[in-house]
Design a binder for this molecule. Structure first.
Ligand code: NDP
Ligand SMILES: O=C(O)C1=N[C@H](C(=O)O)C[C@H](O)C1
Length: 270
């Protein structure tokens, strides 16, 4: 077997950070060489095993991402838009693989990631699971088959700690449905209805968000017509699906060279 890919995880103590750590430790194709946390975090300077209350692992927790990125072949990043943009400037310098699961980017942020991808191998998706990436294809096909008599609504539900809405997944599904219809999502979105909104505009794609408890992630794409309704649904019950997808993306990125890739490319769905 060839050399294992040297991977770093950013934001190690987060919900996804912890899941990624265990997924990489279980892999025979990757080595976890270090993790980072936000400056000031009390894990910094400790061994990751100790930080997690487990036996020592020989995996350091870094406070300065540069110290780790220069040693890594790939980083996996499920943090915040601000942190991910700072990491992208460094992965561009280091010309390494940068798997981005973070959501909530502005258009300006995406332009900055595009610029970083001139040097780094960026693989980014609002959802790294096989199921959701397949669902985007189905949503595109159904949207292409139906006309504006069918109203498209995307409903998503997540845990109470999620800070961005619509979810990255909802936006991916919206983009796919818009592509199927041959329209631009930005000028055909209805978000945040409240009060006397007026009747629904034909041809628009609506978004609604539910936040509560420990919901991992649920997405419905509804095609509502007169007298009938089609619902495409994905339910995530375990964050391991996202971590496995992210590891698959990092391994896929080896030898690909610079670019801004999607999970659809990794999964052969592009
Ligand atoms: N694409 C996908 O498949 C998925 C994407 N996500 C996305 O991933 C992101 C993270 O989600 P989740 O794990 O639930 O969130 P958490 O808040 O649990 O985790 C984020 C982690 O990043 C840390 N962090 C913040 N700033 C920095 C920094 N500058 N350097 C290093 N670490 C930092 C946070 O530390 P602290 O808390 O101390 O600030 C925290 O530990 C979200 O944008 C979410 O939408 C989530 C699941 C799947
Ligand atoms: O914050 C989360 O938890 C999730 N975020 C992603 C999103 O914004 O769609 C993916 C998944 O739904 C979980």
């Amino acid at each position: 077997m060839g050399e294992k890919l040297k991977i770093a995880v950013m934001g190690a103590s987060g919900r996804m950070g912890r899941m990624l750590i265990d997924t990489i430790l279980d892999s025979d194709k990757a080595d976890l060489i270090g993790v980072t946390e936000r400056p000031g975090h009390d894990w910094i300077g400790h061994d990751l095993g100790e930080a997690l209350g487990r036996p020592p692992m020989g995996v350091p927790v870094y406070g300065d991402p540069l110290d780790l990125i220069v040693k890594a072949q790939a980083i996996i990043d499920f943090t915040t838009p601000e942190a991910t943009l700072a990491h992208a400037a460094l992965t561009a310098q280091a010309r390494c693989i940068h798997v981005i699961g973070t959501t909530g980017f502005s258009d300006q942020d995406i332009a900055a990631l595009d610029a970083a991808a001139r040097h780094a191998t960026i693989i980014r998706a609002g959802n790294m699971s096989l199921g959701v990436n397949l669902l985007t294809r189905l949503a595109q096909q159904v949207a292409a088959a139906l006309d504006e008599d069918f109203d498209i609504e995307i409903v998503e539900a997540h845990h109470k700690h999620k800070v961005d809405a619509p979810s990255g997944t909802a936006l991916m599904l919206g983009e796919a449905a818009a592509a199927g219809r041959g329209i631009e999502l930005a000028s055909h979105s209805d978000r945040g209805r409240d009060g006397i909104t007026g009747a629904r505009t034909d041809g628009h794609i609506g978004f609604s968000a539910i936040r509560g408890g420990d919901i991992v992630g649920e997405h419905d794409v509804i095609f509502a017509g007169a007298g009938e309704r089609i619902v495409l649904r994905h339910v995530a019950s375990d964050r391991a699906i996202f971590a496995r997808g992210a590891l698959k993306a990092a391994l896929w990125g080896q030898g690909k060279g610079p670019g801004h890739f999607s999970m659809a490319s990794v999964l052969g769905l592009a």
